[in-house]
Design a protein around this ligand. Structure first.
Ligand code: GLY
Length: 296
């Protein structure tokens, strides 16, 4: 153990985000209930002794089912008017990972990412073959139209920018194992076939028990170019506190023209978030707290 870790005790921790962006007056109504529900779903898993991986899946799946977020139901539309979703997950205990992109029919992209992680043969699948893999492996699917909400259809018709945000979760379980997951509909009006950081292990999602776990949100091209989550976790390599690393690295996004933010936790349950946007939805729960916290 490093000298600056000697006094740390393990605190079981869950942190979620619902995206970084402009914010606005309707956000509280649209996202607060979903943030609390996502925290409850993941925290119930951790309280029952479940793994960090199961906790982040539970939290992210709740956010994917909530039309107040840009993931799963409520995803923004491509320039062609369809939904194409990306997601990824990583287990910090053994570096297993699963990533999926360009999904049109998989009900919960995070569950398909997890199925890939468990299968272990491949890390990254995309497109119709990935949706087909879901069908073959018992991951629920639905019609592409089921993801399109009237609000997102209207925004697309008006060429207005989308609401909601990429979602993600990070966790530390009672065994000190870490995990991270991220899910998104991507960027508003994106070119069909475009894949963002949420499907890229290292950029949008990463977990390694020796470092911690992180999940990003924002403009995917710049997050990929900076390999953002790995850059932050790498700077925690020698026992660094996320509270120092996250606010130091996230502003670098601006230097490549990007906007966004991220959440991160280390293996003891120290956590932090930062963003260079006016707003970011975040929430957390930890064993030393009486109740979950949501900041919108
Ligand atoms: N951060 C989500 C995306 O760029 O697709």
């Amino acid at each position: 153990m490093l000298r600056n870790e000697a006094k740390q005790v393990l605190r079981v921790t869950l942190m979620i985000h619902g995206g970084a962006g402009a914010g606005g007056p309707d956000l509280d109504r649209a996202q607060r209930p979903g943030c609390f529900s996502a925290l409850k779903a993941g925290w119930d898993v951790l309280l029952a002794g479940g793994s960090a991986v199961d906790a982040v899946v539970a939290s992210v799946a709740v956010l994917e089912d909530d039309p107040g977020f840009n993931a799963g139901v409520g995803s923004v539309l491509t320039s062609a008017g369809g939904v194409e979703m990306d997601a990824s997950i990583m287990d910090g205990s053994d570096l297993r990972a699963g990533a999926v992109a360009l999904l049109r029919e998989t009900r919960n992209p995070v569950r398909l990412a997890r199925a890939l992680l468990v299968d272990g043969r491949h890390v990254f699948m995309a497109g119709p073959a990935a949706d087909e893999y879901a069908r073959q492996h018992g991951v629920p699917t639905c019609a592409p139209e089921d993801f399109v909400t009237p609000q997102q259809r209207q925004r697309w018709q008006d060429a207005a920018s989308g609401a909601g945000g990429t979602v993600g979760a990070v966790a530390v379980d009672r065994n000190g194992h870490t995990a991270a997951a991220t899910s998104t509909g991507g960027m508003d009006g994106k070119q069909p076939g475009r894949i963002g950081d949420s499907a890229v292990i290292g950029a949008g999602t990463y977990a390694d028990d020796r470092l911690g776990a992180g999940s990003a949100t924002g403009t995917g091209e710049e997050i990929i170019r900076l390999n953002l989550v790995c850059a932050v976790l790498g700077s925690m390599r020698h026992g660094g506190d996320p509270a120092n690393a996250v606010p130091r690295v996230v502003p670098l996004l601006r230097s490549v023209g990007g906007t966004g933010g991220m959440i991160a936790v280390d293996r003891f349950g120290r956590f932090a978030y930062a963003h260079n946007t006016p707003h970011m939805s975040v929430g957390w729960m930890r064993t030393d707290l009486d109740a979950p916290v949501v900041v919108l």
